[in-house]
Design a binder for this molecule. Sequence first.
Ligand SMILES: C[S@@+](CC[C@H](N)C(=O)[O-])C[C@H]1O[C@@H](n2cnc3c(N)ncnc32)[C@H](O)[C@@H]1O
Length: 404
Amino acid sequence: MRLHRNLVFAVIDTLKAVFNENKYADKEIAKALKRDKRWGSRDRSFIAETTYDIVRWKRLYAEIAEVKEPFSRPNLFRLFAVWATLRGIELPDWKQLEDTPTRRIKGRFDELSQTRKFRESIPDWLDELAVKELGEEKWTKEIAALNLQAPVVLRTNTLKNNKKELRDSLFKENIETHTIKGYKDALELNERANVFSTEIFKKGAFEVQDASSQLVADFLEVEPGMRVVDTCAGAGGKSLHLAALMENKGQIIALDIYENKLKELKRRARRAGAHNIDTRTIENTKVVKKLYDTADRVLIDAPCSGLGVLSRNPDAKWKLQPEFLEKIRKTQAEILDRYSKILKDDGKMVYATCSILPSENQKQVEAFLQREAGKDFRLLNQKIVLAHESGYDGFYMALLEKSK
Ligand SMILES: C[S@@+](CC[C@H](N)C(=O)[O-])C[C@H]1O[C@@H](n2cnc3c(N)ncnc32)[C@H](O)[C@@H]1O
């Protein structure tokens, strides 16, 4: 592979924003990709993937390069030189890459790879916490899986086409996919491609949605004609799936505390041809109270640490703080207590997160069932989806039933 100066510079600038200015990697990468219209798909994937790699392996690379945060520009080039050296890429004779100690880098890599927190590039506190929650063995396997690049998975929008039709249409656009056993509407890309630029995406034939995330709407056992409340709907990944499962019949009320996310949901619903979704911003407690005892189904896709989706958002390893985790656990418990009241008697509710920590998952559900708010609920089923077992995001979902 030959390194191109303008592409490497784009990577360095993006890393500076992510590491030193606390910006989000996905947003900064998107910005960087707009810099030069002449860049082709290979150039763009070089910028995106190299940046994600260096974000993912920040701790390991910084230890190898012996540099500390905040990273100066020369130090960001040192991190880049470590990335290139470990991939066996020949370094060009640019002055920024002069005197790269190739042999020392390889030696340090072998040495540091003996220790999990360096090998897997994770903060000490997170490593300790995860060992406490999952145990050494499971965590060692899980973090290794969460450090792999995430596959691209699509969900067939059954309001517009079936999986076979979608697969054929993608094939005509030179995008090859395969089905995944156990995930009924999913297609996985054989090779990464920019699916958003296809005509069929614009027509709403599919959504990009991880395979594990596709299990959640199914878990709620919805039927056409039901009244369903998606309490933490965000930009609507699950609401859109619910609309398809309900064949556009019945009503979905999508709630969130952020109006802008619900606006995006509306836009996506139009593209997907999902006509049965109403959005309501939770501006005050009345919005939720009005819905008490009205829903056949409630989905709580709760805000969480996001530790199950590290392969997609590697910068969360560095942005996440122990105090945030404590706060989010409290929010999850409050949300469970309040939003469970939306359910009618004999209705069903799913509590889900994209976390792998029992304290955000099964422990939250167990505690809810012990509290006053949970006294009429019972656990029907739960799924603990770990990345190293499934090959997709880490997820948790619990199906609860209310009966007096
Ligand atoms: C895991 S995300 C939801 C993802 C979404 N369901 C999807 O499938 O695309 C959690 C959502 O909860 C929202 N949220 C945070 N606190 C909330 C609260 N107190 N009530 C309702 N929604 C909340 C966040 O804005 C975020 O959109």
